[in-house]
Design a binder for this molecule. Sequence first.
Ligand SMILES: O=C(O)[C@@H](CO)OP(=O)(O)O
Length: 248
Amino acid sequence: MYKLVLMRHGESTWNLANRFTGWTDVDLTEKGVAEARAAGELLKQSGFDFDIAYTSVLKRAVRTLWNTLDTMDLMWLPVQHDWRLNERHYGALQGLNKAETAAQYGEDQVMIWRRSYDIPPLPLAQDDPRTDFNNPRYAQLDPKQIPLTECLKDTVERVLPVWNDSIAPAIKSGKRVLISAHGNSLRALIKMLDGVSDQDIVGLNVPNGQPLVYELDADLKPIRHYYLGDQDAINAAMAAVANQGRAN
Ligand SMILES: O=C(O)[C@@H](CO)OP(=O)(O)O
């Protein structure tokens, strides 16, 4: 049996401000750093150890990983940064407040933009200053690969190749893998791992900074999964994420 640990970054400044974030490169809050460090303690106390880590090219996931690894005295670990583990691109919603957007467009519409499988938010215009065409961290990409918006289906399509080409072979070779990523790139991975239907994925929310353990069989099919830590706190954190799209 293999074990894989998935973790969403700790609280970011735009989680706190309740803004749609996507590819915007915002940092962690102090609470977010504390969550990452607490996750490291919990992993250590629970006997986890890792051989390689994967993360995105966005600092909230990277700094979460650093803090978790630091707490585990694993800062030396090989780390693979992959843009394909980035958060789902939130298109023209990036930067807007979620509750204000719900007040303006309705909670049902915001729910569709946040959680539907195949309906993306409106795209950024090609010349919008929020685009990533001139961002040096994506310089090696074909500009067509740089999204202007994404639905979860688009995110699944870019996350799957990282899984198939890199993460799955690493696990099968016996490496113990930690992935520090984002709410929606992890929803993409979870959908793929557990075969969650397009309908059921709508109700799945990933809390900040909580290690999610997958036990996998020899073919990397999940045997079971569970969050480490206090289940009531985790359920409350998942409900809080779901409620971020409510109009105040
Ligand atoms: O804003 C975002 O990029 C994501 C994660 O914080 O939010 P949501 O949970 O609304 O998809």
